[in-house]
Design a protein around this ligand. Structure first.
Ligand code: HEM
Length: 446
């Protein structure tokens, strides 16, 4: 069975129709030719956008000259009330300084330290999931939020403040416009795009809660009683260039993005992975067998979860949680022989690159075995970027590649998942790639 893919729009549509389609969903608003094009130009009355699908051009933007292609301001529009000056939105020196402080907390060795917290969140998720028809997107959001709170602040999702942040965040998503939408919408910059009042109020309330957690942690660090978790590590790491640590206000911005980027994405990836194994029972059986290796909470077990890793990687290829990213040109460029002016929007699309018909074998098929072939590995190097690439690569990539395969394995050890007839999920891009009506699976304890 070919995994669900959104219908593409006809090649030519009016600007008005494009806008309308776009507001519904950025994936189905695109024409099918983008799956075989190396580059596509979108002309709007106010600026030009270029979607680049050509691996050397993607490398130029993300890896070779990233400073010349900063993040476009337009993407932050809907998120700034919540994220402030977080590392996800900043550019230039501010961004570099923030990464110097944050990156050490996510290095390989630290992943080993966060493992028991991930394991505990996995156990809690297994205890929470009942039998019968389950909407697994909601369950996975809960589980991934639990992972973030346990690893960052050593508190479970049931903690009073954690539970409130999680609940309010769901509210925020309902009122907040799509991530990236402003980067594609052909509106001039001077038009106020405005954040709805309710969105702003919810963002303020989430930030108040996060501030309470961060201030409490500052006090524990000062008293020498802070637990050794990610928050403590980040808040006590001085910038090697200046010797300064984050202030409480700066840390609040970072906690907001860790929570947002760290739970929405992992939840989306895990929910799609469960759907894929539910519809590929042969793979599910192999993963359940591999999961026998999970006998105690020991980081070494990760080296045994190879199939789980390949399946999770394949789910990230088919349903990259962040389907598109946007950068901006700052000087005149030539892309594939075409002149590109400063201020143009450059769209990098893991969604299209991962399903490119001129790069991948069986691009729309579910084939985790590809990662063990020479061809699959070559494609991974050239055209696989669920976590982006270059210096601005996701800080949580290593973290997510432990969390995803571990939780998947723990769930398959305890439960069998089956698709529900008549409820095939339809992928749409909300904040991340989600299913339009949730992902409903039948769950049976093993
Ligand atoms: C499957 C899970 C995940 C996926 C697919 C994912 C994907 C991405 C992508 C594509 C970006 C780049 C966005 C852009 O440049 O516009 C990004 C950035 C980021 N991610 Fe993740 N992410 C995941 C999990 C996490 C986790 C678990 C954390 C933290 C705990 C995290 C923290 C961040 C941060 C802080 C950034 C901003 C980095 C920067 O701009 O310098 N992510 N992520």
């Amino acid at each position: 069975m070919t995994p669900p893919k959104p219908d593409a729009r006809p090649d030519r549509v009016s600007l008005l129709r494009y806008l309308r389609l776009f507001r519904q969903d950025i994936l189905s608003a695109q024409p099918a030719r983008l799956y075989r094009a190396w580059m596509a130009e979108f002309r709007t009355p106010f600026f030009r956008s270029y979607m680049v699908n050509d691996p050397p051009l993607v490398d130029l933007v993300l890896k070779e000259r990233p400073d010349d292609f900063p993040k476009s301001d337009r993407i932050g529009e809907g998120l700034r009330p919540l994220l402030g000056d977080s590392v996800f939105l900043t550019n230039g020196e501010t961004w570099k300084r923030q990464r110097r402080i944050i990156d050490p907390a996510f290095e390989g060795g630290r992943l080993r330290d966060t493992f028991p917290a991930m394991w505990a969140a996995g156990q809690a998720a297994c205890d929470r999931i009942g039998a019968g028809e389950v909407e697994v997107e909601a369950e996975m959001s809960h589980a991934a939020a639990d992972v973030i709170f346990r690893t960052l602040f050593s508190i479970p999702i049931e903690h009073e403040i954690a539970a409130q942040v999680f609940a309010q965040f769901r509210d925020y998503q309902r009122t907040q416009p799509l991530l990236n939408i402003a980067a594609f919408l052909p509106l001039p910059r001077f038009l106020p795009r405005g954040h709805r009042r309710r969105t702003k109020a919810t963002a303020r309330s989430i930030r108040d809660l996060i501030t309470r957690l961060t201030e409490a942690r500052m006090a524990e660090i000062a008293a020498g009683t802070a637990p050794d978790d990610l928050a403590t590590k980040i808040m006590t790491t001085p910038d090697p260039a200046t010797g300064e640590t984050f202030t409480t206000a700066e840390m609040v911005d970072q906690v907001a993005i860790f929570f947002l980027a760290g739970h929405e994405t992992s939840a989306s990836a895990l929910a799609w992975t469960l759907y894929l194994v539910a519809t590929h029972p042969d793979w599910q059986a192999r993963l359940a067998e591999e999961a026998d290796a999970l006998d105690s909470c020991d980081f070494k077990v990760m080296s045994k979860l190879k199939l789980s890793r390949d399946v999770f990687r394949e789910a990230l290829r088919l349903y990259p949680p962040v389907p598109m990213m946007v950068r901006e040109t700052t000087c005149p460029e030539t892309f594939r022989g075409r002149d590109v002016k400063p201020g143009a929007q450059v769209v990098l699309s893991p969604w299209h690159l991962h399903r490119h018909t001129r790069i991948w074998d069986n691009p729309d098929g579910f084939d985790p075995a590809r990662w063990q072939t020479e061809g699959g590995r070559d494609c991974m190097r050239r055209a696989y970027m669920p976590f982006s690439a270059g210096p601005r690569v996701c800080t949580g990539a290593g973290f997510a590649m432990v969390e995803g395969p571990l939780l998947l394995s723990m769930l398959l050890k305890r439960f069998r998942f089956e698709a529900v007839a008549g409820k095939t999920p339809v992928p749409v891009a909300h904040l991340t790639v989600r299913s339009r009506d949730g992902i409903h699976l039948r769950v049976t304890p093993r």
